[in-house]
Design a protein around this ligand. Structure first.
Ligand SMILES: Nc1ncnc2c1ncn2[C@@H]1O[C@H](COP(=O)(O)OP(=O)(O)OP(=O)(O)O)[C@@H](O)[C@H]1O
Ligand SMILES: [Mg+2]
Length: 363
């Protein structure tokens, strides 16, 4: 087992000016499950491939434990990788698929058998060891791919969207299995996904990337409660945080007819006449249509989920800009389409960002 550090690691693909990964700096603890997340093309796979040794590092360094592995070939790094397309060998049994890397490495037959059986037990594949991959379900094949990595007992697991071939329901159950398996084995893991829900539910910590640049690395809770900038605020959470540009006034910001008190320091740090206030859908207090308080929202669509409901509406913010907003309400008290809600952000639950730089201003 080992720590992993990206030390200002940079990858510039030949023929490109802009780094695909730009001075990535992350310290991953021994045994930690770290998730890299971000939109398509942000540099997740490139980061993982740099760590695996499948991609050159043009500046900076990568360390596993106290070894500098920046220029080591993949086979000397003591890692095992599970890809999205974990192509199993179709003509081999599950047992042979799982033991293949060990066989190539010249491990004695009896030892391979033992390791494969141990891994199969952990993965609940004991009854399938004699089968060919085509006689397995998608979830079972995915577990065989995990098994191939586990038998090698690496210092670090790398996984690049390993669940994206599975249907939605299987993906949810398999992600819990992977997370609990990783905790049991205690092997440092770097896991790539573009799905923020997957990231938030699986990771000890989550690293958000955008355009090759690390935006924030934090626990899921902190990421949700204190996003570092507008990008993370909008990316983490579903439905997304409402982000509204509002004028600064005495004692706070103007939110429709209400003045919402916000962190004084945040406002004094603002260099613009406005700030962007973020409010999660579950952090509004809703007043009836007779109320004059807060911001008037016209209800366009209501999505009922049983326990609660999401109201998708439009509000006039500022002079004439119309803004789409999402508000969570109780499932017992759902407004009619076309009606008006008056909403006020709950105190202490607002996030303040600089409109021009996007940086978080409130604490
Ligand atoms: N071999 C390559 N040569 C040149 N450019 C590349 C190469 N591989 C990736 N890129 C570029 O580098 C950037 C990062 O790509 P990367 O594959 O790391 O993204 P990603 O975050 O894994 O995206 P996705 O979620 O779509 O898998 C993209 O702009 C991509 O076009
Ligand atoms: Mg990728």
């Amino acid at each position: 087992m080992a720590t992993v550090s990206f030390d200002k690691a940079t990858r510039i693909y030949p023929g490109s000016e802009k780094p695909a990964v730009d001075a990535l700096d992350i310290e991953i603890e021994d045994g930690e499950f770290l998730v890299l997340v971000g939109p398509s093309g942000c540099g997740k796979s490139t980061s993982l491939r740099m760590l695996a040794g499948l991609e050159d590092v043009n500046a900076g360094a990568i360390r596993i434990g106290d070894r500098d592995v920046t220029h080591l070939p993949p086979k000397d790094r003591d890692i095992a990788m599970v890809f999205q397309n974990y192509a199993l060998y179709p003509h081999m049994t599950v047992a042979d698929n799982m033991g293949f890397a060990l066989k190539i490495a010249g491990v004695p037959k009896a030892e391979i058998k033992q390791k494969v059986e141990d891994a199969a037990k952990i993965l609940d594949l004991t009854d399938y060891l004699g089968r060919k991959p085509k006689a397995l379900s998608g979830g079972q094949r995915q577990r065989v791919a995990m098994g191939r990595a586990i038998v090698r007992e690496p210092q670090v697991f790398l996984m690049d969207e390993p669940l994206s071939n599975l249907d939605a329901k299987l993906r949810v159950s398999t992600r819990t299995q992977i997370a609990s398996l990783q905790r049991r084995l205690g092997i440092t893991t770097v896991y790539v996904t573009h799905d923020q829900v997957e990231a938030m539910t699986m990771g000890d910590r989550v690293a958000v990337l955008k355009d090759g640049l690390l935006q924030q690395v934090d626990t899921p809770r902190n990421m949700y409660d204190r996003p570092a900038n507008l990008f993370v605020a909008g990316f983490i959470g579903s439905p997304a945080m409402n982000l509204v540009e509002v004028p600064i006034t005495d004692g706070g910001v103007k939110f429709g007819n209400s003045v919402v008190p916000v962190d004084r320091d945040a406002l004094s740090a603002a260099t613009d006449k406005t700030v962007t206030v973020g409010v999660r859908p579950e952090h509004f207090d809703v007043a009836g249509s007779e109320s004059e308080q807060g911001l008037a929202v016209t209800v366009n669509v209501v999505e009922e989920l049983g326990a609660d409901a999401y109201v998708y509406g439009t509000a006039k913010v500022g002079s004439d800009d119309s803004k789409d907003l999402v508000v969570r309400v109780s499932g017992r008290d759902v407004p009619e389409k076309g009606s008006t809600l008056h909403i006020v952000p709950r105190s202490g639950e607002t996030h303040v960002f600089s409109t021009s730089t996007g940086e978080r201003l409130s604490d």
